[in-house]
Design a protein around this ligand. Structure first.
Ligand code: C2E
Ligand code: CA
Ligand code: CA
Ligand code: CA
Length: 277
């Protein structure tokens, strides 16, 4: 038994080595990624229900790796956070998205902020500099944060959000409903928008309670004077339900996947010609 245990341990160790190597190699590549122009932003439209037009786009990062192909943010954002590379990457995202937004004068652009970025003392200065460098009107930039940025230090989170609001940018609470105490946060922080997490939208057709939750989040948003957005809208039925419940904006594969900027420009032209019923 002892020997078997030792053997198992050796396999375990070897596996650990492999994972560590893999991680190191990915980390090395990620450091290069920005210099080698391998990072790109894709954009996904948010449709405004009342005007039926594209109201905003969310910037979503992609990494075009030389050998691995397109790496999803789910697979490299955590590594970027652990290595603090997210701070530089995040600044690149902000600047690229703001510059791109200049080509879509009627739209807002939404950028995701990592908790690491949010807690970085330079954040407010970085956002201010990016706005100055690009010349984008502040109210056209929307920053998406998750409630995880709020939990540890409520007072400094509030100070950061207040300073960002003073710049004139909009703040959205992303993944609403997935955390522990979203409701309390809505009360204490100056959010302009709630994004209902796609897990609730996906669950609406089931016999579970998602539909009821979505309804109440929409009316909560309305009474707090916040814009409500549903993410992950994949079907006409979901869109119809959300529209009937008074949700303000819809986002999801039903309308468009996240696509490269040129493709989104084509989408906007087509869409605004064709409209949405
Ligand atoms: P998120 O902010 O919640 O973004 C929404 C995710 O849902 C995106 O995944 C989007 O492609 C996907 N999505 C959109 N519509 C649908 C739909 O109808 N059905 C389904 N199943 N999914 C849909 P993506 O692009 O893979 O991004 C994953 C996450 O990575 C994002 O979640 C966000 O947390 C993070 N992320 C992406 N870009 C950035 C970035 O520039 N900075 C930071 N810090 N995080 C980012
Ligand atoms: Ca988001
Ligand atoms: Ca989400
Ligand atoms: Ca998310």
């Amino acid at each position: 038994a002892k020997q078997a245990g030792r053997a198992t341990y050796r396999i375990f160790e070897a596996q650990m080595d492999l994972e560590l190597q893999e991680r190191k190699s990915l980390e090395h590549d990620l450091r290069q990624a920005m210099l080698k122009n391998q990072l790109e932003l894709h954009y996904q439209p948010l449709i405004d229900i009342s005007t039926k037009k594209v109201a905003a786009v969310e910037a979503l990062i992609r990494w075009r790796h030389p050998t691995r192909g397109i790496v999803s943010p789910i697979d490299f954002i955590p590594l970027a956070e652990e290595t603090n590379l997210i701070v530089a990457i995040g600044e690149w995202v902000l600047e690229t998205a703001c510059r791109q937004a200049l080509e879509w004068p009627d739209l807002r652009v939404a950028v995701n902020l990592s908790p690491i970025q949010f807690r970085n003392r330079e954040l407010v200065e970085v956002v201010k500099d990016v706005l100055r460098r690009t010349g984008l009107q502040p109210e056209r930039l929307e920053l998406e944060i998750t409630e995880s940025v709020l939990i540890n230090d409520v007072s400094s989170a509030l100070a950061t959000l207040t300073a960002l609001k003073e710049l004139g940018v909009k703040i959205a609470m992303d993944d609403f409903g997935t955390g522990y105490s979203s409701l309390g946060y809505l009360n204490s922080f100056p959010f302009d928008k709630i994004k209902i997490d796609k897990s609730f939208i996906g669950g609406m057709s089931d016999k579970d309670k998602s539909g009821a939750i979505v309804k109440s989040v929409i009316s909560l948003g309305q009474s707090l004077n916040m814009v409500t957005t549903a993410e992950g809208v994949e079907t006409a039925e979901q869109a119809t339900f959300l529209k009937a419940e008074g949700c303000d904006q819809l986002q999801g594969y039903f309308f468009s996947r996240p696509v490269a900027a040129e493709e989104l420009t084509r989408f906007i032209c087509d869409w605004n010609d064709r409209g949405y019923e």
